[in-house]
Design a protein around this ligand. Structure first.
Ligand code: ADP
Ligand code: MG
Length: 422
């Protein structure tokens, strides 16, 4: 079977999405592979399809029991022999699954990282042909990421103990250079095919402004966008309160969200916004995780956030429905000071030694610097964002405050302006 036939037969799709094919080909040519794509881009297929075409078994390392279950259920429904090995199995079930594995009953096996170096699993692994070890959510191996899992460090040790080195592939949605370098280095990827793709959100217009009066600028923006849903992110609870009061005082349909409110109130306010009972959400970064509201027309950053990761994640909550939407950042020098203050006060994460904690802090300062550069750069903001995340493309989007300003400075004719849609 060809990879296209597998795609159609088992998954029901006619064509690969951007990037998938390159990664599938990389693996099938026997090379280590690193795929970085946003959530929902379709990373699973990138290892599942080659897994079905390779001669031996593919082991997939995944951090969450629920993720493994979902994936295995879906594969089984598609008629693929797959199973998982993790702590949700009883001892008896686990032994049975190991026996099946050795007897070649599975093509794809999801394994919890904690299991890899156990005696029973190592023994089973020595009895089978392993074509590939695929690491899902690979950022969990990096201490710089938010989701560091020490058990992921067992993966390279495990691979080392195999008699024949399989292809190692790794996938994540975390695109920063530090995390990416960590993944490749710690997993020991050998000259990997690396692909970063799909982070561009074409319907979003980015702009940076440095208003003398942020409150006035915010009010002006909202008045120019009546009947639209928007989120206003602030750095502190205090600022959330100020902005929220100002909006409500002027009769705008606004609500608020931050960690200082009771669970009950947070839930109510969130629902008011989600179900369109309130148009504007004023919030700290505590708001937004897992929220999938499609018709957010603008995200205003009342303050510059601490880094580009946070910025893009928060701004990216605009325009989920694909319609044109705006991401406006109101910058001021005080924002840098506030963020620096937060970094200075950072405490070491649990189980992290002092030296690492100091390094993490240092990197946070670096990230803050790059966030600040974003506010000052003259180049295309979209290009700046994408390059930050490792994706290279055009240096001119024609639809961000920098591209549009340069355009105006060149005093181009109305016709040309219409042509690029501004
Ligand atoms: P990720 O792991 O990158 O977050 P998933 O692998 O869970 O994403 O895939 C997200 C969704 O996209 C799934 O429903 C999957 O079936 C679908 N998908 C993946 N590849 C394709 C494709 N080539 N064509 C259509 N749908 C696809
Ligand atoms: Mg995934």
């Amino acid at each position: 079977m060809t990879k296209e036939e597998v795609l159609k037969k088992y998954f029901g799709y006619d064509s690969f999405r951007a990037g998938q094919e390159i990664l599938v080909n990389g693996i099938l040519s026997g090379r280590d592979t690193l795929g970085i794509m946003p959530t929902g881009a379709g990373k699973s297929l990138c290892y599942q399809i080659p897994a079905l075409l390779m001669p031996g078994i593919t082991l997939v390392i995944s951090p969450l029991i629920s993720l493994m279950k979902d994936q295995v259920t879906a594969l089984n429904q598609a008629g693929i022999h797959a199973a998982y090995l993790n702590s949700s199995l009883t001892q008896g079930q686990y032994q049975t699954a190991l026996r099946n594995l050795i007897q070649g009953r599975y093509k794809i096996v999801y394994v919890a990282p904690e299991r890899l170096l156990t005696e029973s699993f190592l023994w089973a692994a020595s009895q089978i042909e392993i074509s590939m070890v695929s690491v899902d959510e690979a950022h969990c191996i990096s201490q710089w990421g938010q989701d560091f899992r020490p058990s992921y460090l067992k993966i390279p040790d495990f691979v080392e103990q195999l008699q024949v080195r399989p292809v190692v592939s790794a996938f994540t949605a975390t695109a920063t250079a530090e995390v990416r370098e960590d993944i490749a280095a710690i997993l020991g990827l050998q000259d990997p095919v690396t692909l970063v793709t799909g982070f561009d959100r074409k319907n979003l217009r980015f702009s940076v402004k440095q208003p003398a009066d942020k409150m006035a600028a915010t009010l002006a923006y909202i008045m120019e966008h009546p009947d639209e849903c928007g989120i206003i992110y602030c750095l502190t609870r205090k600022t959330v309160e100020e902005v929220h009061n100002a909006l409500v005082g002027r009769g705008f349909s606004a609500t608020r969200y931050h960690a200082g409110l009771s669970d009950e109130e947070r839930r109510e306010n969130q629902e008011d916004f989600i179900f369109d009972r309130k148009e504007i959400m004023v919030a700290t970064n505590a708001f937004g995780m897992g929220i999938d509201k499609s018709n957010v027309r603008y995200v205003i950053h009342y303050n510059m956030p601490k880094n580009m990761e946070s910025y893009y994640q928060e701004a990216g909550r605009a325009g989920r429905d694909g319609l044109p939407s705006e991401c406006v950042l109101f910058y001021s020098g005080q924002d840098v000071v506030t963020n620096q203050f937060f970094i200075d006060r950072m405490e070491a994460a649990e189980g992290m030694d002092e030296e690492t904690a100091a390094l993490v802090q240092e990197r946070e300062r670096e990230r803050l610097k790059k966030m600040t550069f974003y506010c000052f750069t003259n180049e295309c903001l979209r290009a700046y964002i994408l390059r930050y995340f490792g994706e290279y493309g055009d240096n001119y989007c024609g639809n961000c405050s920098n591209c549009l300003t340069q355009f105006e400075e060149k005093d181009v004719s109305e016709t040309a302006k219409n042509l690029i849609g501004c």
